[in-house]
Design a protein around this ligand. Structure first.
Ligand code: F0G
Length: 335
């Protein structure tokens, strides 16, 4: 399968192809669809040499934090907002633990329409700041994500509004492109895909891509063992909206504890230089606690950036050492 080159070099200037252009033939767009893009997709697929050796797997990391709003949501949002504009929407609406709202806010601003985002209590600070700065109407909803999502669905029924949660099928269409990129870049499928499982939209999207490619590569979806209370705020969702589709997809679902998530999260940063948010490390937490994938070539999707949740890093990463501006004293302090 010949993939289009994601980046064209014109003289010394790189021109990044919008995700919709790269995969136009596999997405529900036409010449009438305005392309609302911030240069999403075409994210790095990084081999993880140290973790591969330690865990006895051939480990590859799909670094989705390098999307424009620093999470994989942008893949779905470029398609959902482009289609919303095509269909005459004046506003997009979503409920979110944070990343969907930041992405909706950015693409709505880019399209010149309003974003109304319902964020849940406990949404990470960096994501809230993003949505606010991007000009969204940000409403902090009391109660759980599940209650906020039910309300967003109702708002999405109103004239002029379009729901851009992953219940919108255009979100799933856009997000499936991560699998296309991985298969193109590896020259074939890996032995397994591993990704976090919150609402299940991304698992649904990966399963759709595999179906389209005629592949039966195993999908491993990793959820927080304590869904309603996990420190991984992005996946703090009690009732996954896509649970039936996840079940039908054949994905294997694995729970991991918060402690396992934090250990994986710190290791990903310290060993491979990828600072993600805690939820994004759920996939690695599975590999560290199970040897079911020993010897396999595994792609783990790292879904969002660590800077989105500075409070989590504050709690778990070592504090700076207080020193005087004196090189001898600093050398002593470093041991
Ligand atoms: N990783 C991150 C960083 C997320 O933000 C999410 C979901 C997931 C994983 C789980 O993906 O829901 O497709 O199974 N975030 C949603 C939000 C709920 O509102 O931003 P999923």
């Amino acid at each position: 399968m010949a993939g289009r080159l994601p980046t064209l070099w014109v003289g010394v200037r790189a021109v990044t192809a919008p995700l919709i252009e790269r995969y136009r033939d596999r997405l529900p767009v036409t010449d009438q669809t305005p392309v609302v893009s911030l240069g999403e997709g075409s994210t790095p697929l990084l081999r993880a040499p140290r973790l591969s050796e330690r865990l006895g797997v051939d480990l590859w990391l799909k670094w989705e934090a390098s999307n424009p709003t620093a999470s994989y949501k942008d893949r779905g949002m470029t398609v959902a907002v482009s289609k919303a504009v095509e269909n005459g929407a004046q506003a997009v609406v979503c409920a979110s633990t944070g990343n969907t709202s930041a992405s909706a806010a950015a693409y709505a601003a880019r399209a010149g329409i309003q974003a109304v985002v319902l964020v849940t209590e406990g949404a990470a600070g960096g994501k809230l700041v993003q949505a606010r700065a991007l000009g969204a109407r940000v409403l902090a909803v009391r109660g759980s994500f599940d209650a906020a999502l039910a309300t967003a669905r109702e708002l999405g029924e109103r004239d002029g509004y379009v729901l851009v949660n992953s219940l919108n099928p255009h979100r799933v269409e856009g997000q499936k492109t991560a699998v296309y990129e991985i298969v193109e870049e590896l020259g074939g499928p890996p032995d397994a895909f591993v990704l976090p499982y919150g609402g299940g939209g991304n698992t649904t999207a990966y399963a759709k891509a595999l179906g389209e490619l005629g592949l039966d590569t195993p999908l491993h979806s990793v959820e927080a063992a304590d869904r309603p209370r996990t420190l991984a705020s992005a996946i703090r969702i009690e009732q996954p909206a896509h649970s039936e589709r996840v079940e039908a997809s054949g994905a294997r679902v694995h729970p991991v504890t918060d402690e396992e998530i934090v250990d994986a999260w710190l290791e990903l940063a310290g060993e491979e230089g990828l600072f993600c948010e805690p939820a994004s490390a759920a996939g690695l937490a599975l590999l560290r606690t199970s040897d079911a994938l020993r010897g396999a070539r595994v792609v783990v999707t790292i879904t969002g950036h660590g800077l989105k949740d500075p409070a989590a890093a504050d709690r778990h990463a070592p504090l700076p050492l207080q020193v005087d501006p004196d090189s001898d004293a600093i050398a002593r302090a470093l041991g």
